[in-house]
Design a protein around this ligand. Structure first.
Ligand code: ATP
Ligand code: MG
Ligand code: MG
Length: 379
């Protein structure tokens, strides 16, 4: 038992609380929005901004253990929480993963490859680096980016000035990355506990649409040795960074079998939602186990699975289909659809509203199910 405090009230916190409550823990969330997905299922919620020092103190006073569901936690708030409660994940991991340059250096220090990159401090430096890496290449803000925001794919030298001007407005350092002509994008989620136990979930093959995750396919359609290598790299990162809790590792796989890490997230990850029904232990249960220093659960895959995201624009088409015979149990395809909704009221375009885990003996059948329902056809 005990109370787990969660900084952030989104769907990751919600699914964490749902898993943790089943394990006997109480949950308190801190989030500025009323009726937030996590607040709806938590035992108690504190309605306040994330930089509200008094609210952070209150969360600390109510919690035995504190975790977060996003990485951009204010350093001052983290130090208050660490002094007045227990934050097993620590501040170092946040500090590293909040900043692409620090993150890349930490990945390299773990002996894991990243795409060639350069720190950019001026338009002149950018021009030199673009010449060195060749086009296309990707300019990114070092902090604050998500869903492809804060990025510019530079396709010719003519774009250098405009790309630099535009991204400099974010008032953070900039990083230029060589463009990796990947064959597939993968992710591996690993967990590490304070006693040093590490377990990785099976690698997911991720398909993005407009820079937002659309599908995760597991097992990834890659050779077994590449799967093992990706899982090994994630384990190496978890150990080298001294991770407590989950670390999500996004990777590029090239045609010739080379793996590069793209970025990390020190929390449950959208590409790990497939674990909810498809693995013996879900990523959320595993995170609770890790931060509470329990033995980690088995990450064994029980069934092939395709996870497909439900964005705001998919809710109406879904509602028109969900009660039709054969929708949830597509027996002819051998696919079983498990729908998860996050309790968000307003179905805004591109907002993550939920996801569906398609359990199957053959992932191609699940992909056929996705086509057949036509819910995602507008994209
Ligand atoms: P997330 O929502 O996953 O946090 P993000 O905004 O932090 O996304 P990245 O994951 O760095 O951004 O990049 C978004 C996508 O852009 C990647 O999933 C990949 O498809 C593409 N991309 C990013 N960097 C590169 C690169 N160096 N070479 C090729 N493609 C890239
Ligand atoms: Mg990111
Ligand atoms: Mg990413």
């Amino acid at each position: 038992g005990g109370t787990i405090g969660v900084l952030g009230g989104g769907q990751l916190g919600r699914m964490l609380a749902l898993a943790g409550r089943n394990m006997g823990y109480r949950f308190v969330t801190l989030d500025p929005t009323e009726d937030a997905p996590c607040g709806q299922v938590a035992d108690e919620q504190i309605l306040a901004n994330f930089d509200d020092v008094e609210a952070a103190r209150k969360l600390a006073a109510l919690s035995d253990v504190i975790t977060y569901e996003f990485e951009n936690v204010d350093a001052h708030v983290t130090s208050i929480l660490m002094n007045e409660s227990y934050v097993p994940q620590g501040s170092e991991l946040l500090y590293t993963t909040q900043h692409r340059l620090r993150e890349k250096r930490a990945i390299e220090a773990a002996g894991v490859p990243v795409a060639p990159y350069a720190e950019i401090k001026s338009a002149a430096e950018l021009k030199d680096a673009v010449i060195k890496f060749g086009t296309p290449c990707v300019l990114k803000t070092a902090t604050g980016g998500y869903d492809g925001k804060g990025q510019w794919v530079i396709r010719s030298l003519d774009e250098v000035e405009e790309a630099y001007e535009t991204l400099s407005r974010a008032k953070t350092e900039l990083v230029l990355e060589q463009f990796i002509h990947f064959d597939k994008e993968l992710s591996v989620i690993a967990a590490r506990s304070p006693r040093g136990e590490v377990k990785a979930f099976p690698a997911a093959e991720n398909i993005h649409v407009h820079n937002i995750l659309h599908q995760s396919i597991v097992p990834a359609r890659i050779p077994a040795d590449v799967q093992q290598e990706a899982e090994k790299l994630a384990t190496q990162i978890a150990e080298s960074l001294g991770v407590i809790g989950l670390i999500a590792v996004e990777l590029f796989l090239t045609k010739d079998g080379q793996l590069y890490v793209n970025e990390l997230a020190p929390r449950p990850h959208n590409s790990g939602h497939y674990t909810m029904e498809a693995c013996r232990t879900s990523q959320f249960e595993q995170h609770v186990r890790a931060i509470c220093n329990l033995p980690l659960g088995s990450t064994e895959l029980l069934s092939p699975v395709v996870m497909v995201n439900l964005l705001g624009e998919h809710i109406e088409p879904l509602n028109g289909k969900v009660d039709q015979p054969g929708f949830l149990e597509a027996a002819d395809l051998g696919v079983s659809a498990k729908v998860h909704l996050y309790g968000k009221k307003e179905a805004k375009e591109k907002r993550k509203m939920g996801h569906i885990n398609l359990l199957t003996s053959d992932v191609e059948q699940a992909l056929t199910w996705i086509e057949r329902t036509r819910i995602w056809e507008s994209k």
